[in-house]
Design a protein around this ligand. Structure first.
Ligand code: GLU
Length: 509
C-alpha cells in the first residue's frame, strides 16, 4: 500500500559515472522503473558525479544507452530534462553549499580543521591503546574543530583560508528506529556512527549530503537502491531530520551473488574472467582499449534480459516466468522482493533468451540469409524456413543458427575420425552402393519415404547405416533429423555427399 504522505510516486536511479553498469546496477534501474510505471509516477535519472577522482569517461553515455536498450527510459533527468534541473550533481554545488550553511546555522554540522597528519596521529594513538578511532561524540571535543574553538578563532581560521571539511554532528546515545520496505524495522544505535564528512576540503559535497538534498528537492518519494547503501540509511535519516524534512520511503534491494559462492557480483569480477558476462552492453576499458562484451553483443534480447533481471530478487506472485515489460509493471510490488541475496545463474539467463527466441524466426532468417550471402551460397527461401523450424529448439541465440545449419549448405570436407576409421571396409562401400540405388529409385524424395527405406535393415544395422549417412551428409554425428536433412538437400546433393564419403573410404582401404 502506498503511504498517504506520498500520493504521487517519484523514484530515481542515481548512478555515479564510475564505469559501466553491472547487473545489479541495471536491476536497480529496472525496479525503479517498474515501480514508477506501476503507480503512474515518474522515473528520474540523476547523475551523481561529485567524486571527480572516480569519474570514468563514457560511463554516462553507457548508462543512457543501457536504459534505452532495456526500454526503461527515464521520464525526467539527465539527458531528458525536467523542472528539477540540473540533474548532474557536479552542477549543483551552489545548492549544496546553501543547504550546508543551514545545517551549520542550526548546529547540526561543524567545521573540522584536523589535518591528515593530526588524524593519523590520533588514529595511531587509539590503535596503540587497543581502540578504533571514530570521529564521533566521544572524540569530537578533543579535535581541532569549530566545536572546540571560540567564534573569533573560527572566523580567523576561515578568513586565513585554512583548509577544512564540514562534518555532520551525529546525535549520540540514540536508538534510531528505521523502516525499510524490504527489510522491515531496523534499529541503529547512533553511537556506532561517525561524524561523516558532508563537504570535502575542496568545497565539494560528499555523496551523503548531495544525495539527501537532491532526493528532497527532486521530491523523491521512494528510494529504491542496492543493499550496499543500507549502512548509510541511518545517516541519511538523521540528515533529513536535521534539515526538518520528511524522509522518503526506503527499500534496499538484495545483493546479486555469484553461484560459485565467491561473493557478490561487482565490476571487479570482470578482471577475474568470470565465465559469464556482467555488463549489459559492451564496455571498452579506457586504459587498455580492451572490449568486454555485454549481454547485447552476445545476442541476448533486451526483453529476455529484462525479464530475467526482474525475477532476480523479485517474485511475481503468480506461476510462470515469462513476462512482458507491461506484465512486469502490472505485477510489480516492493513487498515481493526477497530479503536475502540472490544467485545469478547464466544457464537461466540463456533459458530466458531461448523462450524469446521462439518468436524471432524473422531475425533468425535474416541472420542466416546474410551468412549465406557472405559465402555466396544460393538458397531457397522455403528451405531456410524449414531449416529454422527444424533447428530452433537447439538454439539459445540467433547467431547459433549457423553452427546448427551450415551442413545444409556446405558439403563436408572432412569426417569425424572416430566413426570414419571404423567404417573403412569394402562391405560398407557395398552397403552404401546399395543404399544409393534405393535413393535414386525414390520418386518422391520426402522424409517419410526416406524413413521407410531404412526399414529393410534390422534395428542394429539400421542404426549403423543412419550414422554412416549422417557422417556423409554432415561430416559428424551432429545435426537435426536425418530424413529431413536428406529431404532438404534433395536427391542429387544427398547422393553426391554419399559418393564423396565412399571416395574417402576407398582412398583409405
Ligand atoms: N550514486 C550512488 C551509486 O552509484 C547511488 C546510491 C543511491 O541510490 O542512493 O550507486
Amino acid at each position: 500500500m502506498m503511504s498517504k504522505k506520498h500520493n504521487f510516486v517519484r523514484v530515481r536511479f542515481a548512478p555515479s559515472p564510475t564505469g559501466p553498469l553491472h547487473l545489479g546496477g541495471i536491476r536497480t534501474a529496472l525496479y525503479n522503473y517498474l515501480f514508477a510505471k506501476k503507480y503512474g509516477g515518474s522515473f528520474v535519472l540523476r547523475i551523481e558525479d561529485t567524486d571527480r577522482k572516480r569519474f570514468v569517461p563514457n560511463s554516462e553515455s553507457y548508462i543512457m544507452e543501457t536504459l534505452k536498450w532495456c526500454q526503461i527510459e527515464p521520464d525526467e533527468g539527465a539527458g531528458y530534462g525536467g523542472i528539477h534541473l540540473p540533474y548532474h550533481q557536479s552542477q549543483r554545488g551552489n545548492i549544496y553549499r546553501l543547504y550546508i550553511s543551514k545545517l551549520l546555522e542550526k548546529g547540526h554540522a561543524y567545521y573540522a580543521f584536523d589535518t591528515d597528519k593530526e588524524l593519523y596521529i590520533k588514529r595511531k594513538e587509539y590503535q596503540n591503546r587497543g581502540f578504533t578511532f571514530s570521529y564521533n561524540a566521544s572524540i569530537r571535543m578533543d579535535m581541532n574543530n569549530s566545536l572546540t574553538m571560540t567564534k573569533k578563532k573560527l572566523y580567523t581560521k576561515l578568513n586565513s583560508g585554512s583548509s577544512y571539511v564540514i562534518r555532520f554532528k551525529i546525535p549520540p546515545g540514540e536508538k534510531l528506529k528505521m523502516e525499510d520496505m524490504i527489510r522491515g524495522n531496523i534499529v541503529v544505535n547512533t553511537d556506532s556512527l561517525d561524524d561523516k564528512i558532508l563537504l570535502k576540503s575542496n568545497g565539494i559535497a560528499t555523496y551523503h549530503l548531495a544525495n539527501t538534498i537532491d532526493d528532497y528537492l527532486m521530491k523523491i518519494t521512494h528510494v529504491i537502491r542496492g543493499e550496499e547503501w543500507l549502512p548509510s540509511m541511518s545517516l541519511h535519516l538523521l540528515l533529513y531530520r536535521a534539515f526538518g524534512w520528511n524522509p522518503p520511503i526506503f527499500a534496499h534491494l538484495p545483493l546479486i551473488l555469484r553461484e560459485d559462492g565467491k561473493g557478490k557480483l561487482s565490476k571487479r569480477n570482470v578482471d577475474n574472467f568470470l565465465d559469464f558476462p556482467i555488463f549489459p552492453l559492451q564496455w571498452k576499458v579506457p586504459e587498455t582499449n580492451t572490449i568486454i562484451p555485454g549481454y547485447r553483443e552476445l545476442g541476448y534480447f533486451p526483453e529476455a534480459f529484462v525479464n530475467m533481471l526482474a525475477l532476480l530478487g523479485w517474485n511475481p506472485g503468480i506461476p510462470g516466468e515469462i513476462f512482458s515489460l507491461q506484465e512486469l509493471i502490472n505485477l510489480f510490488s516492493l513487498k515481493k522482493i526477497t530479503k536475502s541475496g540472490v544467485y545469478f545463474n547464466i544457464k537461466k539467463a540463456n533459458w530466458f533468451n531461448k523462450q524469446y527466441l521462439k518468436e524471432k524466426k524473422g531475425e533468425i532468417f535474416s541472420y542466416l540469409s546474410i551468412e549465406l550471402q557472405k559465402r555466396s551460397i544460393s538458397y531457397e527461401i522455403d528451405d531456410l524456413y524449414k531449416i529454422i523450424h527444424l533447428t530452433i529448439d537447439r538454439l539459445h541465440f540467433v547467431h547459433e543458427i549457423w553452427e546448427h545449419s551450415f551442413y545444409f549448405f556446405i558439403s563436408p570436407s572432412s569426417y569425424e575420425s572416430s566413426l570414419f576409421n571404423q567404417i573403412c571396409h569394402q562391405n560398407i562401400i557395398d552397403q552404401l552402393e546399395d543404399c544409393k540405388k534405393s535413393l535414386s529409385n525414390i520418386s518422391q524424395f520426402t522424409s517419410v519415404n526416406l524413413r521407410l527405406l531404412f526399414h529393410k535393415y534390422n534395428k542394429k544395422n539400421r542404426y549403423k547405416m543412419m550414422q554412416i549417412f549422417r557422417l556423409a551428409l554432415v561430416g559428424s554425428l551432429k545435426g537435426t533429423d536425418l530424413f529431413m536433412i536428406l529431404e532438404i538437400l534433395g536427391k542429387e546433393k544427398s547422393i553426391q555427399r554419399i559418393d564423396k564419403l565412399m571416395k574417402k573410404i576407398r582412398e583409405k582401404i
